[in-house]
Design a protein. Structure first.
Length: 286
């Protein structure tokens, strides 16, 4: 986990994201809880993103969503009404897969892929196995991309298999939960960040708040617009321990969204004090 630099104990409450447009050049939006909840775009989010673009601001999505590949993500946001192209979306799945393919080879054995069936086949050359396969439990490495369809029974069987033979675990989504229209979904972080030692030592996490995804963000900004001062970049998200912690560790300004995501129906101030992670700005919805 990145180290949070505890420099402040207060934040400014704003009404909408355009209020900070004079001091911010690049806006990094989390997805779930900020732009959408489940399969529904948050009211007014499309309009606010379009306003920022009309001002000449740079806008990206930085998401821990790892179930779909990039083509699926682009289609998802376009279905919501957002005009994001693939080079404007930085997602943890792509960051993890780049690292996985650079550090491993098919000769190292099979991989167990935890992802819903419609999204199977995440690599071209590896021997992939899935939870419905009897051979899944004997895979030599695991890619944990989605909690959709995973449950406590499968988790217990998986932990038992790992205890018998510990193996590398690549986590494409470090989130614990994601907000849905009704309730929440349990994400891969719920099942992997809670593993006891020594199994936890085999876990490789990608996505927010870890540095690799933010380094990818900086590479995209440099590619598109040149160098930008970190203080002119804002990370907008609904979760203190991913969006706000990760953004602050990079020197970005941080904006906590409270109305539709992780903190909805919770005491926001109490949650901030308990976490000791303070955003620069706080608002109900963008």
């Amino acid at each position: 986990m990145p180290r949070y630099l505890d420099k402040q104990h207060s934040y400014q409450v704003i009404d909408n994201i355009c209020q900070i447009s004079e001091e911010i050049d690049v806006f990094l939006f989390d997805g779930y809880g900020v732009l959408n909840v489940g399969k529904t775009a948050i009211n007014g989010a499309v309009e606010q993103v379009n306003k920022l673009r009309a001002m000449g601001k740079k806008v990206y999505v930085v998401t821990n969503a790892a179930t779909q590949d990039m083509k699926g993500l682009v289609q998802k946001y376009q279905n919501f009404g957002f005009n994001f192209e693939c080079d404007q979306i930085i997602n943890s799945r792509e960051v993890m897969m780049q690292e996985f393919l650079a550090r491993t080879s098919p000769e190292q054995g099979s991989i167990g892929v935890i992802v819903p069936k419609p999204y199977c086949r995440v690599t071209a050359d590896y021997d992939e196995r899935y939870p419905e396969d009897d051979s899944f439990w004997d895979a030599d490495q695991f890619l944990f991309l989605s909690g959709n369809g995973w449950n406590q029974r499968l988790q217990e069987r998986w932990v038992q298999a790992l205890q018998e033979r510990p193996r590398p675990i690549w986590v494409g989504n470090a989130d614990l939960i994601a907000p849905l229209e009704q309730g929440v979904s349990h994400e891969p972080g719920s099942y992997t960040l809670t593993l006891d030692e020594p199994l936890y030592s085999w876990v490789n996490c990608y996505g927010k708040p870890y540095r690799p995804i933010f380094e990818q963000v900086l590479s995209c900004i440099a590619r598109d617009y040149g160098e930008v001062e970190p203080s002119q970049v804002a990370m907008i998200g609904d979760t203190l321990h991913t969006d706000i912690l990760g953004g602050a560790a990079m020197g970005f300004k941080t904006v906590l969204v409270t109305g539709s995501g992780f903190l909805r129906d919770m005491n926001v101030q109490e949650s901030i004090e308990q976490a000791r992670i303070y955003p620069d700005y706080c608002l109900t919805s963008i």
